[in-house]
Ligand binder design. Structure first.
Ligand SMILES: [Fe+2]
Length: 377
């Protein structure tokens, strides 16, 4: 099976985890109803490959448009559409089947770069759809049977700070290094003074001390009968103190200040990366975080087991050019209102774990699988 077929199989399976009667719900107020994503993945491929690259005639122009783009509304401007504004599932499925037939027929004739865009776009949505599904009521989703994975774990202990010497951080990539999105180009370099960085991510247990001092509890926590629970993908569990805490950028930043430290910059993340193996909790193997504690030398889990917030505002590298076929991928988000995240989560596809990949979100957006670690200069 080729990469696109594998990615399709994955997203098809993901959509089947939603009970049919819940597909028109909107578990996250700032995002579209779930039915949108079922149409969006095919509409994106069709608009990119059929329409843009090959100029084929539209066979369902209103769906091409309706399902073209997701949304990222500024705070206070939530979408107001109703379930009845969206087409029936059968109509979307008919459109999707036709798109796949056409794409399979045409894909051999489009440049490799556009094929990669289609695959990675779909796999990114496999993660964003997972975090939307996370917010759907438990009785409206169907837990898949998965063989349980064993991950290295450990017990509690202080987070050691690891020194990183001064030097150049190389960010982004060159075309010779392979496919990347527009914001990964051109490759750039920046001198970074020495600093120390947490050997591991900040855990629920550590963040709990902050909450006991009066900070608000993170979005993924719930208090029941005086005890804290983590709202996992399939059930609530007693707060796993050894696992990384999922927080917003604002919460991560506040915690770091409380500890007399700060978040790493994007360049510092790059200086620290490369010394460390990725966490095994990546590429859809698990649904929730595993322990932040690992045996072994160096800085652990900079990649995997949760994205890591940086203090860097998402901005282009010098010489940035948007992809002409997808101008809205990065450029609209260079608005000073989004922060860079690095690494990857349990629900990040293997191909997106490359060091140059950049993720970004608004600083108070609480739904994503985002963790952090501390830095001191
Ligand atoms: Fe998309």
């Amino acid at each position: 099976m080729d990469a696109l077929a594998r990615a399709r199989a994955h997203t098809d399976e993901l959509f089947r985890l939603v009970r049919a009667e819940a597909l028109y719900e909107r578990p996250i107020p700032e995002r579209h109803r779930m039915i949108f994503y079922i149409g969006h993945l095919e509409a994106f491929d069709w608009n990119l490959i059929g329409r843009y690259a090959l100029d084929r005639p539209a066979f369902h122009a209103s769906f091409d448009h309706l399902f073209a783009f997701g949304i990222d509304p500024p705070p206070g401007q939530l979408p107001q559409d109703k379930p009845s504004d969206w087409p029936r599932l059968e109509e979307v499925e008919t459109y999707n089947r036709k798109v796949r037939e056409e794409i399979d027929w045409l894909i051999g004739t489009v440049p490799e770069q556009l094929r990669q865009v289609a695959v990675e776009h779909r796999l990114m949505h496999a993660e964003t759809f997972a975090y939307i599904l996370h917010q759907l009521d438990y009785d409206k989703k169907i837990e898949p049977r998965m063989k349980s994975e064993v991950f290295p774990g450990g017990s509690n202990g202080p987070a050691e700070m690891v020194p990183v010497p001064a030097g150049a951080a190389r960010m982004g990539r060159t075309p010779e290094e392979g496919f990347g999105w527009d914001n990964e180009f051109p490759s750039t370099s920046m001198e970074v003074p020495e600093f120390t960085i947490g050997r591991r991510k900040v855990t629920n247990g550590e963040y709990l001390e902050f909450v006991r001092q009066g900070a608000d509890a993170p979005f993924f926590w719930v208090e029941r009968g005086g005890k804290w629970f983590y709202k996992g993908m399939w059930r609530e569990v007693p707060l796993p103190l050894e696992c990384p805490v999922y927080v917003t950028h604002d919460e991560a930043d506040a915690y770091a200040r409380w500890r007399g430290m700060r978040l790493p910059t994007e360049a510092e993340w790059h200086r620290a990366a490369g010394q460390t193996p990725a966490s095994e909790n990546v590429d859809f193997r698990g649904w929730d975080p595993v322990s932040a504690y690992e045996e072994g030398p160096g800085i652990r889990q900079l990649t995997g087991n949760g994205w890591e917030w940086t203090s860097t505002v998402f901005a282009p590298f010098p010489g940035f050019k948007p992809f002409p076929f997808y101008r809205n991928y990065s450029e609209p988000f260079f608005d000073g209102g989004h922060y860079v995240l690095k690494g990857g989560s349990p629900r990040t596809a293997a191909c997106l774990l490359r060091g140059s990949f950049r993720n970004w979100f608004r600083p108070a957006y609480p739904y994503i699988y985002a963790t952090f670690r501390l830095v001191q200069s």
